[in-house]
Design a protein around this ligand. Sequence first.
Ligand code: TRP
Ligand code: SF4
Length: 403
Amino acid sequence: MSLTAHQRVLSGMRPTGKLHLGHYHGVIRNWIRLQHEYECFLFVADWHALTTEYENPQVIQDSVWDMVIDWLACGINPGEATLFIQSRVPEHAELHLLLSMITPIGWLERVPSYKDQQDKLKDKDLSTYGFLGYPLLQTADILIYRAGLVPVGEDQVAHIEMSREVARRFNHLYGREPDFEEKAEAAARKMGKKNSRLYFELRRRFQEQGDEEALETARALLESQQNISLGDRERLVGYLEGGGRMILPEPQPLLTEAAKMPGLDGQKMSKSYGNTIGLRESEEEVTRKIRTMPTDPARVRRNDPGDPEKCPVWQLHQVYSDEETRRWVREGCTSAGIGCLDCKKPVIDAVLAEQAPIRERAEEYLKDPDSVRSIIQEGCERARDVACETMEEVRRAMGLIYW
Ligand code: TRP
Ligand code: SF4
């Protein structure tokens, strides 16, 4: 049995517009695989969308149900995964607030996406409190379900790393990890024989006799250690003072192995590049988009040979075509044996074939919005039960229970 089989998976997606094939190949197909292996919690991150769309929240409202329908149409199974909407589980906001008390501002300012996105989205004023807190809200999303694994893209790894740091700090302040003793003792040994013996002696004096002076001396000893990590220092401080138990486990990122889905221009498919094929776009529109895709510029006339490596259509063949078709393309392109429209035909067919069942299932859900609402209603309730349980412990750990 896999060690991780019992772990909970959590992931979210921001509702900021219609989904496209990049979402399908990059994220949703991965979720579909994971839902069979793990207990999955998947949610619509509407509050996260608001951090950048606060001036035009209509976009969010317009996208929420479409996004849920897209997930279901693609094959996310509400019988296996719990689907919900972030703002319908307000405990996320409470945890975000409580975590904000222990999160140094520098941690947030140092997350690379903070400056990157501000530079990239120049038309938006992102010098807000909410946007700075984006990764901390994400941290609350993850920690509130005690999720072990978080499937994300490369760009989100720094956020998960911050979640780990916040969890560690929380546990240091209000609890401790399961193998805490062993780790603390190993950390003590890293200080060398003499210092570690002194540390244990001071700890014993403090814990057995309440000797405050010994505590102070031990703290100063830890402060003066140059060659132990911050994590080890936090363990040693916690161990010294006699902490509690682990409350919020540290999550791990689960990097999506899927290759980047190429867009109509050969760059990664992304709304901001305007090179997308919508998940449920009409057959006519999809056909038109692919037929008008740029190709190797060397192929001006039908008789000019080309080089697939210089053509974005070739990248779509990598995703959609088998080896035989690809050989046909390579030969036909370099010898001018086929025209570009001939070459695009199998790609068009493959995309339409991929979309057909998705579009069909989406139609069913569109005809029956009540069923979609009840799926989400149930998911929200299930998510909320888990979130409330965690919050009980968090409040207790922080001393916020008064009766
Ligand atoms: N920040 C994520 C994105 O832009 C969305 C998100 C919000 C998320 N909360 C999350 C992803 C928690 C994973 C876990 O894609
Ligand atoms: Fe691109 Fe195909 Fe035309 Fe070659 S034949 S340039 S691979 S579309």
